[in-house]
Design a protein around this ligand. Structure first.
Ligand SMILES: Nc1ncnc2c1ncn2[C@@H]1O[C@H](COP(=O)(O)OP(=O)(O)OP(=O)(O)O)[C@@H](O)[C@H]1O
Length: 254
């Protein structure tokens, strides 16, 4: 069974159909890339899946459970994580404290009640950091980390929820090519190891072609193509929407 089943999903803003009735599925253990030109509806789709935006139409089911109409925290507890953007890690806390906070919030504990540097769930947090190669930096403040290392910590924070579905918004933006590949290779290992499903947006076609199992392509809120990376690269509609945008499908590592 698919982990995620999206059917007829729609959202309009003042008469503009940001997402116009899209349907797709995502299986456990699969990395699905959501691509499309600027304004295609990618962020709106992500925001509906994690509950930040309420859908106007359609359904989003996670393992058969309807997510539309639920609050973000409830959706998170049901097993949907989203990698935090850099500003959302608590830079005054250490690396391990950030992961501990995420573990505790899964138990419905209030952040305000928690005293930083407490030992609660520290071992679990360290195990997650070990998995993303950040254990050695566990006691450093997040504020002093290199950018690529922050992305690894964000991944550990998202994994604290033991997600069935991980949403990654432009995971490699701002990273050097070597770091990009390392982060995506790690993500792929986690997907295989944990049978998690990943939906990610990405502007770098190199990353998409190297790591996505499948892709879906949005243009002006509509899903115009879906398939394996090589099928998508040669798809006439996709060529058409990308023509003139400066992005090409010529460079690929797959
Ligand atoms: N809060 C909002 N109010 C009004 N219009 C919005 C809002 N959010 C998105 N839109 C519009 O919806 C459409 C889809 O936007 P969205 O941000 O989902 O696209 P995107 O594919 O994520 O684009 P980008 O790659 O530039 O981030 C655009 O026309 C955008 O202007």
């Amino acid at each position: 069974m698919s982990a995620l089943t999206v059917t007829g999903l729609g959202k309009s803003f003042g008469g503009v159909d940001a997402v116009a009735g899209i349907s797709f599925e995502l299986r456990s253990g699969e990395l699905l890339a959501l691509i499309g030109p600027n304004g295609a509806g990618k962020s709106t789709t992500f925001n509906m899946i994690n509950g930040q935006l309420k859908a106007d139409a359609g359904s989003i089911r996670l393992d058969g459970v309807e997510l539309v109409g639920r609050k973000p925290r409830e959706i998170w507890r049901l097993g949907v994580s989203r990698t935090f953007q850099i500003a959302e890690t608590f830079s005054s806390l250490t690396v391990v404290e950030n992961v501990q906070m995420s573990l505790l919030s899964q138990q419905r504990r209030l952040f305000a009640m928690w005293h930083p540097a407490a030992d609660e769930r520290r071992d679990e947090a360290l195990a997650l950091l070990d998995r993303v190669g950040m254990k050695a930096q566990a006691d450093r403040p997040c504020s002093v980390l290199a950018y690529g290392d922050v992305k690894r910590v964000e991944l550990a924070i998202a994994m604290a929820n033991a997600p069935k579905l991980l949403l990654m918004d432009e995971p490699t933006a701002g990273m050097a090519p070597g770091e990009r590949n390392a982060l995506m290779a790690l993500t792929k290992q986690l997907v295989v190891e944990r049978g998690m499903a990943v939906l990610f947006t990405e502007h770098s076609m190199d990353v998409v072609f190297a790591y996505a199992d499948r892709m879906i392509v949005l243009a002006r809120g509509r899903l115009i193509a879906e398939g394996r990376p090589l099928e998508i690269r040669d798809h006439p509609k996709v060529q058409e929407v990308y023509f003139g945008t400066g992005k090409t499908f010529e460079k690929t590592s797959s």
